[in-house]
Ligand binder design. Structure first.
Ligand SMILES: Nc1ncnc2c1ncn2[C@@H]1O[C@H](COP(=O)(O)OP(=O)(O)OP(=O)(O)O)[C@@H](O)[C@H]1O
Ligand SMILES: [Mg+2]
Length: 258
């Protein structure tokens, strides 16, 4: 049984003439440790799907199962527990708490973690170091830039190293260099075993995903191994080991199967 299973997820906002079908009968399975990119034009339903995957937006119909737990059959409180234990989020809007400093914002998910204050502070410092913001740990959100706010949001979402990270355009407001650093951070977390689902418009960012799902008008219209990253990977491997062609094909095949 797959780690994550979506079965016919459908979301309709409003009713009657005003009804919008933002997600239509979306089904897929995700294995533990995958890095998925979700792409599609504006309004195609990406955030809606991510919200349903984040136990925040109940589908009109369909089921969503994580680690054998049928998320929307849980009560409110259990679902909140599930969110805290399983999920990290990077939202399209950052939701930083304006009266808390950068490090206090970063420590928020640790409220429910059993660890001493000092250890939690160290975990938060480590996360801030990874996004390059340690020296601004004691500023308030209105004293840092938009891109820096985004990086705080990222530090906060990974500070407790949740098994699943859901990211809605994590680098949408960042310059190329910072974007790349953030993507490298996500890549490291993925290599340590974190399952990542990331919405992005950027082909560069999508290149980090192993598999791309494409949405159009609320429907899942594509779900493929990421050929581009496969190409990059092959090129890298070729450089490293100068593999003969046949071996490359075998290696690429096993990546596709895996
Ligand atoms: N709360 C809501 N009420 C009514 N309609 C909504 C609501 N949220 C989203 N929609 C509509 O559902 C559709 C999908 O929206 P969604 O936010 O999922 O798109 P998206 O792919 O994330 O777009 P973007 O790339 O612009 O963020 C759109 O037509 C949008 O207008
Ligand atoms: Mg969106």
């Amino acid at each position: 049984m797959s780690y994550i299973i979506a079965e016919g997820l459908t979301k309709q906002y409003g009713s009657g003439d005003a009804a919008v079908r933002a997600a239509a009968d979306i089904s897929f399975q995700i294995e533990e440790g995958e890095f998925i990119g979700i792409m599609g034009e504006s309004g195609s339903g990406k955030s809606t799907l991510l919200g349903m995957m984040g136990a925040m937006n109940a589908p009109t119909s369909g089921r969503f199962i994580v680690d054998d737990i049928d998320i929307y059959s849980l009560g409110q409180e259990q679902r909140a527990d599930f969110r805290r234990e399983f999920l990290g989020f990077i939202f399209q809007s950052f939701h930083l708490v304006s009266y808390l400093t950068v490090i206090e914002n970063t420590m928020l998910p640790l409220a429910v973690v059993k660890a001493g204050r000092k250890q939690k502070r160290e975990m938060a410092q480590d996360a801030l170091r990874q996004v390059g913001l340690l020296e601004k740990a004691h500023r308030l959100p209105n004293e840092i830039s938009g891109g820096e706010k985004e990086r705080v949001a990222i530090a906060r979402s990974v500070v407790n190293e949740p098994p699943v990270l859901l990211a809605d355009e994590p680098t949408g407001n960042l310059d190329t260099k910072t974007s790349r650093e953030i993507m490298e951070l996500l890549k490291r977390l993925n290599q340590k075993g974190m399952t990542i689902v990331m919405v992005t418009h950027s082909p560069d960012c999508a290149g980090y995903a192993q598999r791309i799902m494409r949405l159009s008008d609320g429907k899942l219209v594509g779900d493929n191994s990421n050929i581009r990253s496969l190409d990059q990977w092959q090129r890298k491997e070729r450089k490293k080991e100068s593999l003969p062609d046949q071996n490359q094909a075998v290696a690429a095949g096993s990546l596709l199967d895996g």
